[in-house]
Write a protein that binds this ligand. Structure first.
Ligand code: PEP
Ligand code: MG
Length: 586
């Protein structure tokens, strides 16, 4: 912080709550084309030297960074650098890379890539948070070494814990940075339901959007605060601002700690209507958090997270091992695994996604695997095999017509027959559900109902497609209104039909995790909400503070509003009237 610099203050849209303070880091994506380095090596000595040179300079940089970080943050982030330096000093590890160069006749870059990839996958598969964290350090170190080899500057490399500023972040960007060094995210674009922000929330990283083109005003290294409670960015904050932020942070955190203590109280409305709260999960690390926060199930496991964490599509065996671990760890609660939903803003390396004019209207979700069933088949086999306790269910994304569902079911039957033929143990009774996230599916819910065991409403896409508003576009973020009467009417239709057919129905979009929307969903008849684990205590508090009778009255008064902003006004008034300390619920 420079005391002589003037403080600037900007408004920002909150994507993930919390306060972060630290130096700004401007992220610019640099594409590395490894293919260029995939040549048959003739001069082995040259490649080995290049490798050692990269190790030497990376180690030097790491030691320097470690000292800097100690000065700025004491020992808080020391582990990261410690473990990366230790890898560079591990003679067995170094030998493995040398062998890959010598015996495999690979270039230094390809050898580093291959061995690091193997190590990262090994650590990711270990059931231990400490080692899974080390997998991130390994991925980060690989980037550092490759950048040394290519002689190019920063990309995903953070030298000190930083607040990342970027025009745009993709979900894979959020996992490519070393998570242990990210303090916060500021992007020029993105919406509350863009996948990068959902991931930031999962990772508990404060995150905001500001479209003022801050890169023209702020420089890398400037001290900034992002306040994801009140939606502000402070550049060169004054001591007064810093003190206020610290006080606000501790007030919000104290309030949250109180809610966490109450989270295992029965989840019932004031008039004793029972509601279930499940969790939306992206990363394996979050599983422990689900129970700690009082989650009664996993309502949505976005399996794309597993695909982003690796540099390639996980094999059937890798997925089987993971899913089996989930099933064992959480054997007494349901786990809804959504088959991979690639496309839109979720581009997955190794799935050949084309450049599309409208990616959200394009090759996404189920459309991908009906064209390329192999990814789907591998994932289904892993799920069926791992569901020995019977608590895993399958959820299909992006259904927009019955034909797709029927085709998917044919593949599912083939997979079961195959497993039977191969005499592999599996659970043929694994339940099947679909996401209701296109208006077509919401309007035809009565037809789908007969073909599946359960339904889950994805309000993020349902809103995007109903209102024709791109969920990632900040310019039209005000129009992305998941409390729009058109969206609420579709939800009402689906819930009523599910009740008539006695099918389980939940809501898993971000609307379910919005404390101001909970009363509306309850009034519409929803009894299972699936939300980010961090939000479970808040949402339970809201449920315990309202009566169903009042929620139904609220719904009666809003369903026929002619405008979304009128709905929000009424929902806000209800919320502020009924919920104690509502100002601490973001
Ligand atoms: C949704 O669309 O509401 C949903 C939960 O799925 P995703 O956010 O992963 O698209
Ligand atoms: Mg969706």
């Amino acid at each position: 912080m420079n005391k002589n610099k003037k403080q600037f203050e900007f408004d920002a849209l909150i994507l993930s709550p919390g306060i972060a303070m630290g130096p700004a880091f401007f992220f610019r994506r640099i594409a590395i084309d490894l293919e260029e380095y995939n040549y048959k090596v003739t001069d082995i000595e040259k490649e080995i030297n290049a490798f050692h040179k990269a190790c030497g300079s990376s180690k030097e940089n790491l030691i320097h960074t470690q000292q800097l970080s100690k000065k700025l943050y004491d020992d808080q982030f020391s582990d990261v650098f410690e473990s990366q330096i230790a890898i560079l000093e591990d003679t067995i590890f170094l030998q493995e890379i040398e062998n890959e160069i010598k015996k495999g006749k690979k270039s230094a870059a390809i050898a580093i890539n291959n061995i690091f990839k193997m190590k990262k996958e090994y650590f990711l598969n270990l059931d231990n948070e400490y080692f899974r964290d080390r997998a991130l350090d390994i991925a980060d170190l690989k980037q550092k070494l490759l950048h040394e080899i290519f002689g190019i500057g920063t990309d995903y490399q953070l030298s000190v814990p930083s607040i990342i500023f970027s025009e745009l972040l993709t979900p894979s960007d959020t996992v490519n940075f070393n998570r242990n060094l990210i303090l916060g995210f500021v992007t020029d674009t993105g919406g509350k339901t863009s996948h990068a922000s959902i991931m930031a929330k999962s990772l508990h990283i404060p995150s905001v959007v500001n479209s003022d083109n801050l890169s023209k005003i702020i420089m890398s290294g400037d001290y900034v605060i992002i306040d994801g409670y009140i939606g502000k960015i402070f550049v060169n904050p004054s001591q007064k601002t810093i003190d206020e932020c610290i006080v606000r942070k501790s007030k919000f955190e104290d309030h949250r700690a109180k809610l966490v203590k109450e989270t295992n109280l029965p989840c019932m409305t004031l008039d004793n209507e029972e509601v279930k709260i499940y969790a939306n999960v992206e990363f394996v690390d979050e599983l422990d958090e689900v129970k700690l926060n009082g989650g009664e199930g996993i309502g949505l496991f976005r399996t794309e997270g597993l695909f982003f964490e690796r540099d390639s599509i996980p094999t059937e065996e890798e997925q089987f091992v993971l899913y089996k671990k989930f099933a064992e760890k959480l054997k007494d609660i349901p786990i809804i695994l959504r088959t991979v939903d690639a496309g839109g803003d979720k581009l997955i390396k190794d799935i050949n996604q084309p450049q599309e004019n409208n990616p959200f209207l394009g090759w996404r979700g189920i459309r991908v695997y009906l064209d390329e069933p192999e990814i789907f088949i591998n994932q289904l086999r892993a799920i069926f095999r791992s569901n020995i306790n019977g608590n895993i269910k399958i959820l299909l994304p992006m259904i927009s017509c019955i034909r797709e569902l029927r085709q998917a079911k044919e593949i599912i039957e083939e997979v079961k027959n195959q497993l039977e033929k191969e005499k592999i143990q599996f659970n043929p009774k694994t339940e099947l559900g679909i996401m209701i996230e296109t208006p077509a599916a919401a309007m035809m819910a009565d037809i789908y109902m007969g073909e599946v065991d359960f339904l889950s409403i994805g309000t993020n896409d349902l809103t995007q497609y109903t209102l024709a508003v791109d969920r990632t576009n900040i310019k039209i973020a005000k129009l992305f209104n998941d409390m729009h009467p058109a969206v609420l009417k579709l939800i009402k239709n689906v819930v009523e039909i599910s009740d008539q057919n006695q099918k389980e129905i939940s809501v898993c979009g971000e609307l379910a995790g919005n404390p101001r929307a909970v009363a509306i969903l309850l009034g519409l008849g929803v009894r299972i909400l699936s939300v980010s684990p961090i939000l479970i205590p808040e949402i339970k508090k809201v449920i315990r503070s309202v009566s169903l009778t009042d929620c139904k009255k609220l719904v009666d008064s809003i369903l026929y509003c002619d405008d979304a902003f009128k709905v929000i006004e009424k929902a806000d008034r209800f919320f502020e009237d009924k919920i104690p300390n509502y100002e601490y619920l973001v």
